[in-house]
Design a protein. Structure first.
Length: 367
């Protein structure tokens, strides 16, 4: 098997590459800096935890000719708000950033989202290179150009589409990832198999133990296949206008509502919310007659085998009411004309958009 991969996301106006492999930072140095050849300043955005673990790796590959500044924020989903955007943009403007300069996003999904949003609105567009350090960010959030922050009304309701210049997925970052966060990343991986690739679903079932034991070959394959699948959705529907890219949100209507119920606390990681959300969406699909009981159980079982939560019993310490979960869904981004747009499943590898779901059916799927 090849050790390194380069996947081209060939968008007409904003093409870029996703580089995947182990210990690839130094090997990718020429590629990284050729994408920002007119830059004079580099601004690294990271969090306090990643700064201690990985900042030096990035600093060591930056040529001395660059002016380099680092801004560190606290880790966690609670930092995805307008206050953080204001803090980062003020830092950039104070240091006289120009459009030719670059932002390096070094961290997980939160760092990638806030850095991307800042890059899109500061001077109406700054070069962005993503260095995702979590499995979830490497397979999902760093790719595709969706950026944004949360609102009191819901997750990612304030944001923009802004593609990076390059994404560097180095699996060396994953070696320091807490096990809970690593496992949470597999929720998005499993999601890709359910919405698009039945054979990938079978392969994940077969290789669960190797993946949970951090097999290098298996991990790289997982990232590569996930990026390939997401790329197909981006190329066909970059800005979410024809309901094709919306299929990537399978389970997320439930997941985002659950995260809002927990006030984006550490009690529920995004991947854990996605796992529960997909199980709920699959149960809804089965209750409505679209998905067989056998396939519903297969979906539940694969999440369980990956040690991911499959119901809200996982959140028993937090008293969440079903009516609040349903109420939060009103503000979901996928909704149109006052109707909640659900992504439902008809078979493993096949999902679709459906908006004829009543509140009673939703409540029955929440368990």
């Amino acid at each position: 098997m090849k050790k390194n991969y380069s996947i081209k996301v060939s968008l007409r106006n904003n093409p870029y590459e996703v580089i995947i492999g182990k210990n690839i930072l130094r090997k990718s140095k020429n590629k990284i800096f050729s994408t920002i050849k007119d830059a004079k300043k580099i601004f690294i955005i990271t969090d306090t935890r990643i700064k201690k673990l990985h900042l030096k790796k990035i600093q060591q590959i930056i040529p001395k000719k660059f002016f380099v500044k680092t801004l560190t924020i606290s880790p966690g989903e609670k930092m995805k708000d307008i206050k953080t955007i204001n803090k980062i943009s003020t830092f950039l403007l104070k240091n006289k950033i120009s459009r030719n300069d670059a932002i390096f996003a070094l961290g997980g999904g939160v760092i990638g989202d806030v850095s991307g949003f800042v890059a899109s609105v500061t001077l109406r567009g700054i070069n962005l290179i993503q260095f995702p350090t979590t499995l979830l960010a490497q397979v999902d959030s760093s790719i595709g150009g969706k950026t944004g922050v949360n609102s009191s009304y819901g997750k990612n309701l304030i944001g923009s589409f802004f593609q990076p210049k390059l994404v560097v997925c180095d699996t060396i970052f994953l070696t320091t990832l807490p096990r809970r966060e690593l496992i949470a990343g597999y929720a998005e991986v499993i999601k890709y198999s359910i919405i698009y690739d039945k054979n990938f679903f079978k392969w994940l079932n077969k290789n669960t133990k190797k993946l949970l034991n951090n097999g290098v070959y298996e991990t790289i394959k997982v990232i590569k296949r996930s990026v390939e699948i997401k790329k197909e959705f981006i190329l066909k529907d970059e800005k979410d206008v024809n309901n094709f890219r919306a299929l990537l949100n399978f389970g997320h209507t439930f997941a985002h509502s659950l995260e809002n119920c927990t006030k984006y606390s550490k009690n529920l990681l995004h991947g854990e919310a996605v796992s529960i959300g997909i199980c709920m969406a699959s149960k809804l699909s089965n209750n409505l007659g679209f998905l067989s009981l056998n396939n519903y159980l297969k979906i539940k079982n694969i999440f369980s085998d990956f040690s991911l939560p499959i119901n809200i019993e996982f959140l028993k310490k937090i008293k969440i009411q079903k009516k609040q979960i349903v109420k939060n869904m009103i503000f979901d981004k996928k909704n149109l004309s006052g109707k909640i747009n659900f992504i439902l499943c008809k078979d493993i590898g096949k999902v679709f958009v459906y908006n004829k779901v009543n509140k009673d059916s939703i409540r029955k799927s929440i368990s």
